[in-house]
Ligand binder design. Structure first.
Ligand code: GLN
Length: 305
């Protein structure tokens, strides 16, 4: 069988399994197995495959047909132009979460202007780190971006505390940090801890999270998300609001004046979360930010001085 034949068979198989993106999925999975990029697949279109390659393609396509996310099968997912290792102990990074990174990066130049007595270090905290995609991307961006050169030239030091309750998530995140940040990986201090019991000895400049925010009985959750992604990272009590509420309270006591807190939220939670954060009387510039689909997706607030 040639690459073309295997690809066509796979697309048909996935179509029959009601996949919404059969061609893309088949291309990603087969090119991953053959260690080619998607273009390379078409360059080798008429080339015959070895029997074991055909068998491996068959097996991976069958797994996809059962609903396993492509990223868990290839064990990788792109986020903000970087490649992250993933497995079923971490949430697959979502494109909308890239906006959370952008919001933080956009806040930093203004924040620097507001800092009067600069402390020597610039401290971030991530709650629920998963694959590490947010903190690692931030570290990578902040250590190479010219407009934050005060971090670069050493006037300020960047330190990130990144917590996760799951030991296997922490180990994937550490692996990603080592691969992507290399010698700078030590800027991130990964902690295998339940955020609920975290008692930091310092205050942070920025606190961020993509917390679990799906209600335990949400009928709208996609079947494959529910069946394959880690429930610890998806579901929260109190209609999905439990972690958002607990962790915002944490922000009241552990953010520096003018420090920013930003969390991803569910698209129906904007009103309730906004009302709750306003009721804390500790923040200003509180706002809900929409994602590219026009859905409420983040809550952002700045700690009072
Ligand atoms: N955005 C994810 C989804 O819709 C959920 C992520 C989360 O709960 N933090 O499936």
């Amino acid at each position: 069988m040639t690459v073309k034949e295997v690809l066509e068979k796979s697309i048909l198989f996935l179509k029959n399994k009601n996949s919404t993106s059969p061609r893309l999925d088949a291309e990603l999975l087969i090119s991953h197995l053959l260690k080619l990029n998607r273009m390379g697949l078409y360059l080798k279109y008429d080339q015959p495959l070895l029997p074991e390659e055909i068998e491996n393609c068959r097996n991976i396509i069958v797994e996809r047909g059962k609903g396993t996310p492509v990223a868990y099968l290839t064990q990788e997912k792109g986020f903000y132009g970087l490649d992250f290792k993933v497995n079923s102990s971490v949430l697959v990074p979502r494109p909308e979460t890239e906006l959370l990174v952008e919001e933080i990066l956009n806040y930093i130049p203004n924040y620097f202007k507001k800092l009067e007595n600069q402390s020597a270090s610039f401290e971030f905290l991530e709650l629920g780190v998963g694959s590490g995609c947010i903190s690692i991307t931030l570290a990578k961006e902040l250590l190479i971006k010219p407009n934050v050169s005060r971090l670069l030239n050493g006037e300020l030091e960047l330190k990130i505390d990144a917590l996760d309750i799951s030991a296997s998530a922490i180990s994937i995140a550490q692996e990603n940090a080592d691969k992507i940040l290399q010698s700078k990986a030590k800027k991130i201090n990964f902690l295998n801890l339940d955020a609920f019991y975290f008692e930091p000895q310092k205050n942070y400049d920025i606190i961020y999270s993509n917390p679990p925010y799906i209600a335990e009985n949400d009928p709208n959750i996609e079947k494959n998300v529910k069946d394959f992604e880690p429930h610890l990272a998806l579901f929260a009590k109190n209609n999905g609001l439990d972690c958002i509420i607990q962790w915002f309270k944490f922000g009241v006591s552990n953010l520096k004046p003018n420090g920013m807190i930003i969390f991803e939220i569910g698209s129906t939670q904007g009103h309730d979360v906004l009302t709750y954060v306003q009721s804390l009387n500790s923040f200003h510039d509180i706002c809900i930010i929409k994602d590219y689909s026009g859905l409420d997706r983040f809550i952002k607030a700045v700690k009072n001085g």
